[in-house]
Design a protein around this ligand. Structure first.
Ligand code: FAD
Length: 562
């Protein structure tokens, strides 16, 4: 039975034998929850996809054979992408057919396909099903979460509304957002018992209503409701190693620390994943040939570390570090305190501000720093700008393009080439609703309550353009301002470690021991730094992960020897 509001799986295969087998396999597994459409000819398939689009019927995944009558599968998927940009696209190949390798490499490099799979060879071909299931999982995660943990009512364009959406998204908490002006928003406010706010109001699945909650208040309420074990109690004794930050470096240190028998605590002020958690697809991390979303990678690492026995506490910010004999004491912004034998600083970096007051006043109200993933769905049909020329700007633009009407990447230089990976540039070039404006700077902008326009300057000429959102991704600064003077840092704030502490050109530090500092050790013995926060780090997920695990090796050595 076809119901328009059910998502669709769409298959195009011109060869009757494989088509019949695909039909049988998909029908057995997915017919109860999805509408399944089949077509033999690509033009016929495009016409049906177009009709579905006009009817507003969601398409979750499109599978197309490499060889179709009258058109290659890659070309077909490229055309289908215009009609249903959110659908996951899979190229179907014949097992063992090496002649399609170049097509797959090209199609994946320019973002035409999300995955490829061999056509099923017989019943219950799990290799085929795992690809289909993964595509449906990814689509559902973005478009139709199975249950809602939190409903947030607030002003769509207020900074705190944005922060709460971001917090939920990055903690994998499914949420819905309602503007205060909407009928649903008003009715939820009545239901909450606090119609006058203060806003935003968060209604949790167990009925709790929180008015303008802080991160820690929200985390504690989620714990009370047994929805998510986010805050966790602080340990009372001395922990072997405390890790500050749950980005890739911190998570990796947690996995290795706990699995190697150290009592391990991670303190994170926002959510797992750090910057990587904002990335819609990390394509250069080993072991994931078609890429993996940063959120998914972080979530897997979190569960791995947790299963080895790591304790986590989220929504808490470390604000002070003090040395008391053999113990390293970390004080938290909310007043708590943890004592450790060793510490790993993995606080990463955050995006540099634009420094234009009119725009900084609109942060969360159309101006966003770094995170594009929490806002992407809200950008449906909007004119969106991305400022920056690095890989994170490229990824944000491509992710936003799935939802926004058009995306303009603003670049100060005359090309993306020196700063962005070639695969992203190619993907941007082949995405119809993304364009790049080079030699362009943002010099102003504004709007009443939310961003409405930007002032751009190109070769001395200024132009005001209508804009619904600006995502700023223009380089980063490390989160080290809270550390004591005794932690040696560069002028920009990056932490100096290891042998560099003894080199002349670094700022003068007293290394207090006779032994030389271990690799990744800071100027305080027993305090290590890993990932982007460290001077000389490579600013990659893989290197942050490598440094997190390496730091644990030296924590062992420090604990054994000092
Ligand atoms: C949008 C985007 C896309 C990217 N794509 C790629 C990619 O495709 N491939 C790639 O290799 N790299 C990519 N990167 C870079 C990569 O994500 C970073 O190099 C990596 O995340 C660094 O890891 P980290 O653990 O050192 O720091 P971070 O990821 O920055 O994590 C640091 C964590 O520490 C927390 N923290 C900070 N201060 C405190 C404190 N005082 N108390 C408690 N917690 C604190 C922060 O909240 C954060 O969660 C991308 C980055 C971005 C932003």
């Amino acid at each position: 039975m076809t119901r328009l509001n059910r998502p669709a799986i769409f298959v195009v295969e011109s060869n009757p034998g494989p088509l019949e087998l695909i039909q049988q396999e998909l029908h057995k597994r997915y017919a109860a929850d999805y509408n399944i459409h089949y077509a033999a000819l690509p033009f016929e398939a495009l016409a049906t996809l177009s009709t579905l689009r006009e009817a507003g019927a969601p398409v979750a995944t499109i599978l197309a054979s490499c060889w179709l009558e009258g058109m290659g599968g890659e070309t077909f998927l490229q055309l289908a992408r215009h009609l249903h940009p959110q659908a996951r696209r899979v190229l179907l190949t014949t097992r063992g057919d090496k002649s399609v390798a170049q097509t797959i490499i090209h199609a994946s490099a320019i973002g035409t396909i999300d995955a490829y799979s061999s056509k099923p060879l017989g019943a219950a071909d799990e290799d085929f099903h795992i690809v289909v299931s993964q595509m449906l999982h990814d689509w559902v995660a973005e478009n139709r979460p199975p249950y809602i943990v939190a409903r947030i009512v607030g002003d769509q364009w207020s900074r705190r509304s944005h922060e709460l959406r971001d917090l939920c998204k990055r903690n994998s908490l499914t949420f819905e957002f309602y503007d205060t002006d909407s009928a649903e928003g008003r009715s939820l406010l009545e239901e909450s018992g606090c119609p006058a706010g203060p806003l935003p109001v968060v209604l949790l699945a167990d009925g709790q209503a929180l008015t303008d909650p802080s991160n820690i208040e929200l985390a504690e309420a989620l714990d009370r409701a047994s929805i998510a074990d986010i805050t966790g109690p602080l340990p009372e004794g001395v922990v072997d190693v405390v890790i500050v930050g749950a980005g890739p470096a911190g998570l990796s240190a947690a996995v290795y620390g706990a699995s190697e028998g150290l009592s391990t605590l991670v303190v994170e002020r926002v959510a797992i994943g750090g910057q990587a958690g904002m990335s819609s697809r990390i394509r250069n991390y080993m072991g994931f040939p078609m890429g993996i979303s940063g959120g998914e990678l972080a979530s897997r690492a979190y569960w791995q570390a947790w299963l080895f026995g790591t304790d986590f506490t989220f929504g808490r910010e470390v604000a002070e570090l003090e040395v008391q004999g053999d113990e390293r004491v970390l004080r938290l912004a909310d007043g708590g305190e943890v004592r450790a034998r060793a510490v790993i600083l993995a606080m990463g970096v955050s995006y540099r501000r634009l420094g234009i007051q009119a725009l900084d006043e609109l942060i969360g109200a159309g101006v966003f720093y770094g995170s594009a993933s929490a806002e992407a769905v809200a950008m449906k049909g909007q004119k969106v700008f991305v400022l920056g020329a690095g890989n994170s700007a490229g990824q944000a633009a491509l992710h936003l393009a799935r939802f926004a009407e058009d995306v303009t990447v603003l670049v100060r230089a005359d090309s993306l080439l020196p700063s962005m990976s070639e695969y992203l540039i190619r993907e941007i070039e082949s995405t119809p609703n993304v364009r790049v404006r080079t030699n362009t700077e943002v010099v102003g902008g504004g709007g009443s309550y939310r961003l409405e326009q930007l002032v751009l300057e190109r070769n001395g000429t200024r132009e005001t353009v209508p804009a619904h959102a600006l995502f700023v991704l223009i380089g980063a600064t490390p989160h080290t301002e809270w550390l004591p003077e005794t932690v040696c840092r560069t002028e920009e704030g990056y932490i100096v470690t290891g042998r560099e502490l003894l080199e002349d050109e670094t700022p003068p530090t007293e290394w207090p021991l006779e032994r030389r500092p271990y690799l990744l050790e800071t100027s305080i013995p027993g305090v290590f730094a890993a990932g982007d926060v460290r001077h000389g780090s490579l600013k990659r997920v893989a290197s942050a992960v490598g440094e997190g695990s390496t730091a644990i090796t030296f924590v062992h050595r420090y604990l054994a020897g000092d």
